[in-house]
Design a protein around this ligand. Structure first.
Ligand code: SF4
Length: 99
């Protein structure tokens, strides 16, 4: 009896293990991403609540590093909103260029 071998490409896979410990597991995604057309001050209130969850998250740095290293344009990641992540990305690039 011959055995059929399935060949699969071996690609590097991102490490998602940190997400298992995320404080936002089970939370409503809308808390972190918000609805289309969201306005102030609702956005500020929602982001403040999302950041409170992030503040107690044991994998906050892993989450932030993930989101800053990729073009994650939307949502609250690692306790930072879009604008704050852009600033953090620029700060890290300046630091890397200066080294
Ligand atoms: S830092 Fe915030 S968004 Fe990231 S995994 Fe933790 S709770 Fe979720």
């Amino acid at each position: 009896m011959s055995q059929v071998r399935r060949q699969t490409a071996v690609l590097p896979r991102p490490n998602w293990g940190w997400q298992d410990d995320a404080a936002c597991r089970g939370e409503d995604l809308m808390l972190f991403f918000g609805p289309d057309g969201e306005r102030q001050p609702e956005r500020d209130i929602r982001e403040r609540k999302a950041k409170q969850v992030c503040a107690s998250c044991p994998v906050r740095m892993e989450c932030l590093n993930y989101a800053v290293a990729r073009p994650e344009k939307y949502g609250t990641w690692g306790g930072l909103n879009e604008d704050e992540r852009s600033a953090e990305r620029r700060r890290r690039m300046r630091r890397a260029n200066a080294a």
